[in-house]
Unconditional design. Structure first.
Length: 592
């Protein structure tokens, strides 16, 4: 008969998935409780989160499944959003279920608080499975604990973060679990399906999907016994993206655009899947022949892409050079991690570095055991994710998530040594210190203690202004005026249409490029030009938020321009100030 400890270990191993979901449920309860004020006030802090809710509202209000045009930005024509409905589904379902009990307004708030937590369950299950397979059967709780140190990752799963990032991170977790799955067909299927779902949601994870496919193909090149894995991957990738396109591609995405799952990328994935499937079916005994076949397939896909879709060899957004210079190249998250302030960059980058070190060490330790077949693919994928930070800082959440297996491997080696030490001091303080180091949590304490590169008073003022101007109660004060088109900042447009019944001209979306430039031109050029642009868009009111981040750009780049004059309290005969309640952070004008 087994001892209590042995029985507990057996249960921990046998019921790992159910227990992971229990941990997830407690994490959800804690997250909703700790973010309740944000949920209650519909604190959608990002423009994309606001736009996601507007897309769901429009769909539930009768707009067509394949019509993703947002008609309250740049009305009456509106503009196309390059997203898909996949992420709309859970948010809409929660609203529909909760609406009879809580009313529409509260149902939306609750849905926005709960929906981002749903993909967290998938992400946790994927990491737990990876830790069990690579580190030890009982290592999965440690992986979940280390996930709590992925601060940038967890932000994508926090309440009101309703955009697509959490779902794509969940697919990355499934991908890494598939890469190390000892059962080839199942592992290939997981990688292919996860890649197809991610691409149907958006192209942000395209580099990771390509890298995962390359790793699956290289496993087959190394040994033809991996042919079933490659076949399953090829079929699920090609078939999954085709299904995703058929069910979720909007009317606008049926054109040969480069920024979403359109016929362009559908062709790439279907052709790549077909060629890889043929390679796997052929599967010659010679490693050189397999390498040649894989290289030929890659050359056909790359060459065909360049010949058939040359317009997509540049930026996928396909916007004007002026918009790239004035807006797209200045998006902070699109800049490399080393171009960000140290106080921001260090906490993001430290865990990926630890994860790479751990994955490399674990791969080296497994070099003479069957475990190498699982660790080597994961090590390559983890290292690739960390290197992506040198391209764009927005890779931080993915890099942290994928660092968990390597960090778990390091902790599984170090923590037992410390816990077995004879010294109480080492057992307690050494273990705590090692955990803080290996989880990356020490970075936040270090930044706070060292007071490195603190935000300037001016930046603090800008942050306060942004918070006030996007506040739901303050924006709802604008509903006392009849619904109209308000001319306002690009970054305020999506929040305005969510919080009020008014329409706006632009939001920070590249398919809205002409309207973005119009807003920039209006605030940057002469007052006469500004009036002409506003009237051309049918705007009857001008709404500005002094000291909001976007406003500082107009003043700094265009001294003497319309907004600079307006901020200096200049008066114009075609603008009539509109009184607002005391303490309102806005300035509102009627346009004559």
């Amino acid at each position: 008969m087994k001892s209590g400890a042995a029985a507990f270990r057996d249960d921990l191993d046998r019921h790992w998935l159910q227990l992971t979901l229990v941990v997830w449920l407690f994490a959800c309860i804690w997250s909703v409780w700790s973010h309740w004020a944000q949920i209650y006030w519909l604190g959608l802090g990002d423009t994309d989160d606001n736009m996601r809710l507007m897309q769901v509202r429009a769909w539930l209000g009768g707009q067509g499944w394949f019509d993703l045009r947002q008609y309250r930005l740049n009305p009456p024509a509106g503009f196309d959003i390059h997203w898909s409905r996949i992420v709309d589904l859970p948010l809409a379902a929660l609203i529909v279920v909760l609406r009879p009990f809580a009313g529409t307004e509260m149902a939306e708030k609750l849905a926005c608080g709960i929906a981002p937590l749903l993909p967290l369950s998938i992400a946790m299950a994927g990491l737990a499975a990876t830790a069990r397979r690579l580190v030890a059967p009982l290592a999965w709780p440690l992986a979940l604990v280390l996930l709590m140190g992925c601060t940038a990752t967890l932000l994508m799963f926090s309440p009101d973060r309703v955009d697509h990032h959490g779902w794509q991170l969940a697919m990355l977790s499934v991908t890494v679990a598939g890469l190390c799955d000892p059962k080839g067909p199942r592992g290939g299927l997981l990688v292919g399906v996860a890649s197809a779902v991610s691409l149907a949601i958006g192209l942000e994870m395209l580099p990771y999907c390509a890298m995962a496919g390359a790793i699956v193909a290289l496993r087959w090149v190394w040994t033809h016994e991996e042919a079933p894995r490659l076949q399953a991957y090829a079929l699920s990738l090609g078939g999954g993206t085709a299904l995703g396109f058929a069910v979720f591609a909007s009317y606008a995405n049926r054109a040969a655009r480069c920024d979403a799952l359109t016929p362009v990328w559908l062709s790439v994935t279907v052709v790549a899947g077909a060629l890889l499937f043929l390679c796997a079916r052929w599967s010659p005994q010679s490693r050189a022949a397999r390498l040649g076949a894989a290289a030929a397939a890659g050359a056909v896909v790359a060459g065909g892409f360049a010949l058939v879709f040359p317009q997509c060899l540049g930026r996928p957004e396909q916007v004007s050079p002026e918009l790239v210079k004035s807006w797209l190249s200045n998006v902070r998250e699109a800049k490399p991690i080393y171009k960000h302030p140290f106080r921001n960059a260090f906490p993001i980058a430290v865990l990926p570095v630890i994860g790479v070190i751990g994955a490399i060490l674990a791969t080296w330790r497994a070099r003479r055991s069957p475990a190498i077949s699982g660790w080597l693919p994961v090590m390559l994928f983890v290292t690739f994710a960390a290197l992506m930070l040198l391209w764009q800082a927005r890779a931080g959440p993915a890099a942290q998530l994928l660092a968990v297996p390597g960090a778990t491997a390091l902790a599984w080696i170090v923590l037992p040594i410390l816990l077995a030490n004879r010294s109480v001091f080492v057992r307690v303080f050494g273990t705590v210190g090692a955990f803080l180091l290996l989880s990356g949590l020490f970075s936040a304490f270090a930044i706070r203690w060292l007071k490195v590169d603190p935000p300037s008073p001016r930046m603090q003022q800008i942050n306060r202004a942004g918070g006030k101007c996007t506040s739901l109660p303050r924006l709802q004060q604008l509903d006392r005026f009849a619904a109209t088109t308000m001319f306002t900042f690009v970054d305020l447009g999506p929040r305005l249409i969510v919080a009020t019944h008014h329409s706006a001209v632009a939001g920070p979306y590249h398919r809205n490029g002409d309207a973005i430039l119009d807003v920039q031109h209006a605030f940057s050029r002469t007052p006469a030009e500004a009036r002409g642009i506003m009237k051309a868009h049918g705007a009857t009111m001008l709404l500005v938020c002094p000291n909001m981040s976007e406003s500082t750009v107009y003043r700094a780049r265009n001294p003497g321009g319309f907004y600079d004059q307006l901020a200096s309290n200049a008066r114009f005969d075609w603008l009539t100030p509109v009184p607002l309640p005391r303490g309102a952070p806005f300035r509102l004008f009627r346009i004559r």
